[in-house]
Design a protein around this ligand. Sequence first.
Ligand code: SAM
Length: 268
Amino acid sequence: MKILLTAVLGALMFAVFGSIFSELFSQKISWIGIAVGAVVFFAVWLIIPKSEREMEGGTSLTRGIEETKELFDNWASSYDQDLRNANGILEGYETSLKTASQVCTVSNGVQVLDIGIGTGKFAQLLEAQGAKISGIDLSESMIDECRKLHPGYDLQIGTFRQIPFADNAFDAVVSSFCFHEVPLEERQAACEEVYRVIRKGGMACLLDIMFASNAAVAEARKSMLGQWDDSEVYSLVGDLSEHLYSSGFHSVQWLQTGRLHWMCLAYK
Ligand SMILES: C[S@@+](CC[C@H](N)C(=O)[O-])C[C@H]1O[C@@H](n2cnc3c(N)ncnc32)[C@H](O)[C@@H]1O
């Protein structure tokens, strides 16, 4: 819509500047008017689609990996306390985790890897069903907190892009509220990395802040006013489905677990 508006605006600029210059000066100088129109048009072209992409969650994460690591290193000690009765984008956090753990049922003894395990909130719900938990996280302090709370977990530093485990090592890979930390241009590769470490017949379960459409993103952003974090880019369920199918997964299924949260199950 905005791109169409830009085109119309651009055509108007050409016409208006061209005719003003030809009225005021000579026919020859009207070319300068057309050139001015063209410059304004391209400036508008650059600006409008950029704000459109930012608003609708289409640009890459503006936070670098070091900044993300620092953010969670600093947050680790108060994370659990802060997420009690979470609001903003994480409103309904605990309900979403609970729903996801009920849908992502695991049987006794299955090997589960939690990516971006944080303090282990999601993993502990799966452990209660009998899963054996391994976890990776970008943040050393998060790993330390998790180790204090869950000394029995196998925990290591690692990321969605570099999972420090062998091919086919897990029955299931899960992740809660972490996938949006992966830059947009790396999300396909992240899904391929998840696929690599799941055994044939195993599954991935991804829970995150996600949206069904760009319109849903825009509406949520509007309703949140000051609480929306423009440095983060949340996936559209359709985009993540495409990444998962192109990575080799099949039977991708979706469930909305909260106002702003979705989960999917995908099978290898
Ligand atoms: C919002 S917290 C979620 C933690 C936990 N899964 C939960 O549901 O409470 C995001 C976690 O992902 C970690 N993280 C951020 N980017 C990551 C990445 N690219 N790969 C792995 N972990 C990452 C952060 O350090 C943090 O612990």
